[in-house]
Design a binder for this molecule. Structure first.
Ligand SMILES: [Zn+2]
Length: 286
């Protein structure tokens, strides 16, 4: 079952304590590297394209490659639109063959977030596409690179609001805020695991953790043991791959060609992803 929806993937770990890795990609090398890493770990994986990366590549252009590579993978792959903020871009992603979309109305007041999320769910359900939505705000929003932002528990997901949000919208997965941040961490964050457990107990929803770069293995495991079923991962991978390429360029003897860099990138991503998916305990679960 190579190309699958998020709902189908969430069936695999419904009653087990491991999380599905979800990785943002923005070119073909990254798509190939992530799938190779998932195949190496024999793990299911979620390929994501974030709306904020449309400045680099369009939904239609990379979406076609993501869907094609997912179909030919030997492990289950979901093709997911990450942090969709506009109705039109989410509809375009569904049209391009994405099997899952995230609608991010987390900056809106609760009532408006519920109303707009419901509109997306209605269209997605008709097309057999899964929906993730977010309640509460992460320490650093997607695409923000301010490293000095402090944790602000006032913006974390409220467990009571989460019950309403999850049940009234009919979403398939709930992204929650409990202290993680997008990007590379300047210092280790303080995570509110009690809140996470309360949200899980009250909603029973498959929870999604954003900002999955640079946490300690114990933090990942604590989150997974409290109902986190999908972990978004990006910043650490792209940083370490760039470091690898830089080292190889410095060490290379003779001429280096652009295609050499492509091969290095795919291999470095493959190894990073195989290791990351193992950290999420999803290795061998394909
Ligand atoms: Zn995110």
């Amino acid at each position: 079952m190579p190309l699958v929806t998020l709902t189908e993937l969430l069936e695999l770990n419904k009653n087990e304590n491991w999380a599905i890795g979800a990785v943002d990609v923005m070119n073909q090398d990254m798509v190939r590297g992530v799938i190779a890493g998932a195949e190496k770990a024999n793990a299911p994986v979620i390929l994501m394209l974030a709306e904020v990366h449309e400045a680099l590549v369009s939904i239609e252009e990379l979406g076609a490659i993501m869907v094609d590579c997912a179909r030919r993978a030997t492990v289950p792959v979901c093709v997911h639109f990450d942090h969709g903020e506009t109705y039109s871009s989410i509809i375009r992603a569904m049209k391009a063959g994405f099997t899952s979309v995230m609608y991010d109305g987390s900056h809106l007041p609760l009532e408006e977030n519920i109303r707009t999320t419901k509109e997306i769910v209605q269209v997605a359900q008709a097309l057999g596409v899964s929906v993730e939505a977010e309640l509460g705000q992460l320490t650093r929003p997607e695409g923000c690179d301010d490293e000095d932002l402090e944790e602000n528990p006032d913006l974390y997901t409220d467990p009571e609001e989460a019950i309403r949000f999850y049940h009234e919208t009919g979403i398939d997965a709930l992204a929650v805020a409990f202290g993680t941040a997008h990007g590379v961490y300047a210092k280790q964050p303080v995570l509110d695991f009690d809140r996470l457990q309360e949200i899980r107990n009250k909603t029973g929803a498959p929870l999604v953790m954003h900002g999955g770069s640079g946490l300690e293995p114990a933090d990942f495991h604590a989150a997974i043991d409290r109902g986190v079923k999908k972990i978004n991962y990006y910043s650490n991978m792209v940083y370490s791959v760039a470091q690898t390429i830089q080292c190889k360029l410095n060490e290379a003897e003779g001429k280096t060609y652009y295609h050499d860099i492509s091969v290095w990138a795919i291999e470095a991503i493959r190894d990073d992803i195989a290791e990351t998916l193992t950290r999420f305990r999803s290795n061998g679960k394909a």
